[in-house]
Design a binder for this molecule. Sequence first.
Ligand code: ADP
Ligand code: MG
Length: 558
Amino acid sequence: MIERPAAAVKELVENALDAGARRIAVSLTDGGIAAIEIADDGAGIAAEELALAVQRHATSKLAGDDLVRIATLGFRGEALPSIGAAARLAITSRPRDAPHASQIRVEGGRVFPVEPAAGPPGTRVLVTDFFFATPARRKFLKHPSTEAEHAEAVVRRLALAAPAVAFRFEQDGRTLFDLPAQEMPARVASLIGAGAASTLIPLSAQRGAVRLTGFAGGPTLTRATAAGQFMVVNGRPVADPVLKTAIRVAYRPVIAERRHPVAALYLALPPEEVDVNVHPAKLELRFRDPAAVRSLVISTLAGALSGAIGSGAAPIPVPARPPLRLSPAPPAPSGYASPGFAETVLPLAGQPAARVVSPEPADASHPLGAAVAQVFGTYIVAVTSEDELVLVDQHAAHERLTHETLRAQHLSGGVRSQPLLLPAVVDLPQADVERLAARAEELAALGLVLEPFGPGAVLVRALPASLGLPEPGPIIRDLADELAESGEETVLAARLDAVLARMACHGSIRAGRQLSRPEMDALLRQMEATPRAATCSHGRPTFLKLSKADLERFFSRR
Ligand code: ADP
Ligand code: MG
């Protein structure tokens, strides 16, 4: 079933790929509702085959041939007739050796006779008036911009899957991308965004007959949704649960809960290892040996990610300036020299697991006590004057502080904004650009000043000051995801807290950053002075407190 323009776009582009096209141009008007035009330079359809092509269950792709089966996941002979039943369809096609092109039209299921036509070798399919013949279904179409967004996502996925094919994508007369034939890495960089591409780690692994290539985003390149994940099996984009789970499992130790990594995985395996007849209506497949595929993906990703963290070849952007500003300037950790006590370092996987710092005596007015150590680069250990042990998750805590600062500033008239020295260009899908542009005024009130910058990019001029100049790319992409989730109807104000939380996350001390004792103590003092500081913006606890009595009970000393 063709449920929306994007579904037609997918079928038509797949047909062009099946026909061996080297160049595919897709052009949409009003999100494809008014018109979809797809031109390719593939094998073409002979005049005498045109009538057959629009008949149900007619396919030139032989079911008996396994190679064709896997290469053409969509062979069912249903796409063209379904589109012809719901809309106005015109196919103009010319095989390379034909003297001229021929055209067939189908409108609301009515097939017109084949006619001679003009046109270059290849096929041009024009679909107009989507669902004109079925007004009941037309009602379910979303706003053209939403339909356009779905279609753009479909074409991006297909373009990632077929890097050797040149792809052009136009929307309402504007070119959103125009990619030449490329090698896979260049195609991934073009489509995932140049900024993001700099943190991508190349993957290459083979186990038995299964080969995995592609790119894994570093642990700091996360998104609010799984929209940055692309999976391609034998040249076709898929949304496969086995692969999705494998990505989640591999990243779980290195990224925050509810964040989604960015990855492009290309799997090549013999056709007999994949069953494509699982679900006739969907692009799903079943691996004959899902456990083998899962383990190959997990171990390859985990290997790539561990390299990223431990090797120093880390694609993790290190902020030029610590986001937390404190006075007096904190001394470097190595500045502590009290013999036998400070700078005790326990090794853990090549990284110091704990840094013990000379504590100030805890002040009775400080419920969170005085910092004594930082462990795993992530937790602050503190001791209170009441003999309590406190563990603080530094990222969760600082995220809450930043969130509350933003909220307080917003309530008192507007978030303070800090202009960037050099405005930053952030590449985004056009739908996201439009979504951000539509909210530019509201975002400016939140300290974030941006404007559209040609197709597929925004120019960021200023960011909220309390974020301490984070990388603009991740925060902008995240906000775009947030806006996509909240939908066009919702006013930003209704989602304000979610938006502030997203921003706060980017301005926060990362897990993994070493903190000096004054920094740790300052964080504890700020937590004490901040409302809601016991949980982070996502509702997770920020600290854990154990009394001496709790410890004694635990160790059965009482
Ligand atoms: P299927 O792709 O499952 O065979 P479709 O309804 O999508 O069914 O297409 C029917 C037939 O039309 C295809 O088998 C193919 O022979 C022909 N066809 C469709 N699109 C193209 C194209 N762009 N170039 C060449 N042939 C095409
Ligand atoms: Mg098809």
